[in-house]
Design a protein around this ligand. Sequence first.
Ligand code: FPP
Ligand code: ZN
Length: 395
Amino acid sequence: MKERCLQSLLSVSGDTMSEVSEKETNPPATEAAPPCPTVTQRDQWMVESQVFQIYHLFATIPPNAQTLMLELQRDNHVQYLSKGLRHLSSAFSVLDSKDKLHGFLRRMKQPNGGFRMHDDGEIDVRACYTAISVASIVNILDDELIQNVGDYILSCQTYEGGIGGEPGSEAHGGYTFCGLAAMILIGEASRLDLPRLIDWVVCRQGKECGFQGRTNKLVDGCYSFWQGGAVALLQRLYSIIDKQMEETSQIFNISNVSKDKESLDGTSTHATCYGTTESGSTDYRNIAYKFINEWRAQEPLFHSIALQQYILLCAQEQEGGLRDKPGKRRDHYHTCYCLSGLSLCQYSWSKHPDSPPLPKLVLGPYSNLLEPIHPLFNVVLERYREAHEFFFTES
Ligand SMILES: CC(C)=CCC/C(C)=C/CC/C(C)=C/COP(=O)(O)OP(=O)(O)O
Ligand SMILES: [Zn+2]
């Protein structure tokens, strides 16, 4: 059924997608009526059809035209983004007073370890991440803020392996990134079932080349960051993952190299040790800073070139701005997260974020190369370093 529908969708030239789907799902009465597809199936086939039409067009045009199609419309995107970001400036005045911020975060904190987004707001994993990441950047993370956060996030990891927004909710890419990043920032990543998390997240990259946010849902450009970011974080946790796999007697060992590296330079790169002092207590101050310098295995766990292809060919608008998928309008949210995902892809083979990637790892012209971001914060790495210097060297 699926193949038949796809074939007919692709063969009807000149029709808009909605017309095609109308014909497909409401066949003329004279034909033997095929079983009616579900809305989910219909939506999925529509997306596949649109995405593959773009890839087909790309494959059949001359190489110089292909290069044009793969060019990141850098200036257009910057112009588009700069129109809508004025309100961010208000956030900086809040940072003037670390005490006030700490007080606010304490007020948002719940006895079960979760945080509220704001007064009377939702309690979820996104709020945990927001609180912990901001506290980490401005250097106010302490035992009080961290208490029970790990228990709360752990209770949101589902049977699928991903993390849901709150206990009992379905695993979702947005919350998976938030949960994993927060667990790393508080030094408790090893409490999650990381092999299961890897299984779930890598299976969210579909044949459309982009990521979906959850099982059986549609591909969407913003998950290039939420899911791609979770993979980028997992790439730096191999030593914990190996240990967890050994403990559960799984034969497959994803990185012997990390052990070789440890024995070579005499340092433990075990991620549970980020920021751990000699006395064994956790020094949260150093976790994020050390994380970025951590050696990591070379190969990304997702198809980095395929994801770049989805972002550049399906998610970008030539006039500037990026989007969820073909047929959707650009918006600031998708522009931000598609670009962040693209940056993660481009550096996904680099051992260190300061080493520029080989040209063959950057899809399209090398001028497409973006600045690296800190994968725990989705902040341009240089800006993170400036913030770190500011907040960690002040008296
Ligand atoms: C720090 C911060 C801002 C975090 C946000 C994390 C994030 C993106 C959470 C996802 C929210 C959610 C339930 C989307 C589902 O929408 P949908 O049903 O329209 O989309 P879907 O079909 O792709 O699941
Ligand atoms: Zn989206």
